[in-house]
Design a protein around this ligand. Sequence first.
Ligand code: BGC
Length: 371
Amino acid sequence: MNARNLIPLLAASTIMTTNCSSNNVASREFGKTPSGETVELYTLKNAKGVEAAISTYGGVVVSLKVPDRAGALGDIVLGFDDFKGYLIPPPYFGAIVGRYGNRIAHAQFTLDGVDYKLAKNDGDNTLHGGKRGFDKVLWKAKPGPGQSLELTYLSKDGEEGYPGNLSVTVVYTLTDDNELKIDYTATTDKDTVLNLTNHSYFNLAGQGEGDILGHELTLNADRYTPVDKGLIPTGELRSVEGTPFDFRQPHAIGERIGSNDEQMVLGGGYDHNFVLNRSGDGLSLAAKVTAAKSGRVLEVLTTEPAIQFYTGNFLDGTIHGKGGKVYGLRSAFCLETQHYPDSPNHPAFPSTELKPGQTYHTTTVFRFSQS
Ligand code: BGC
């Protein structure tokens, strides 16, 4: 073997980079599942150098590099450099969550007169799809036009207790306007329920760069759904007026997080579903977060009726992520666009049912800019 051939071979065995349909979508092997299946990591890159790396395992957004005020790219999502980190497993870092994002009380619901029992993985409740939700399965990937990646997964009838073969497509698109757009589509062959979301943990100062208490949040929500001690909505839609849940004007996330408001105590911080003020069915602005120091700004637009605002209250410093960074309490926030938790048991909440012949389609956009 001559030296000329050796270099490309070495490169192939260490990074295994293959170019897919365009220069802006590359893939490499990220690791192997315990059963030996290959997990790939796709990287989307836009004209401004913004980059999103997405794993076929869980559809996880493994890294997201966006510019700060000075134009310096920084990775602003929690995650792992090594695929093995995702097998431990982490609390849904960056993952596609399904079949039902958030909680269903007592892990059961009734649909068309039939009682369905789901996998219990959160005390007596089911959380984020059960024991092996969409965050822990291997998705089929196909680079799409421009800077996009299509992921597909067939969730079999009875998986984690849910009825119907559910065919799911999630498309990640990185636009040249520095937006990560996520389109979720699904069809079923039997009446079912679903609530798909993405569970990225953001820190606009950069992943592992301290807590997010100084970030300023605006939430376009007059009401939220208070919870019981199992974090299941009581059914009430409560006004945020005069409470620490009022983010209609910008507030630092940490400003009122230590309040003794009963709901704040139950959540151990913010871990609540906000009912979005919407007009029409299209994309509408749900949330805006600004980080004064870095100047990074995140806006969340969605077609969904609600958003879960979670402040990483269960992070406790035991997880060491990318670059060995320690993920401590409130070192990230999540803004999970969704339907309300436990909707299948609350007929008054917007319906999460899907029937054969219908197509589920929702869109969420994470838009990045600078202040
Ligand atoms: C939930 C939290 C949960 C977290 C897991 C959030 O969506 O609201 O209660 O602990 O996900 O990472």
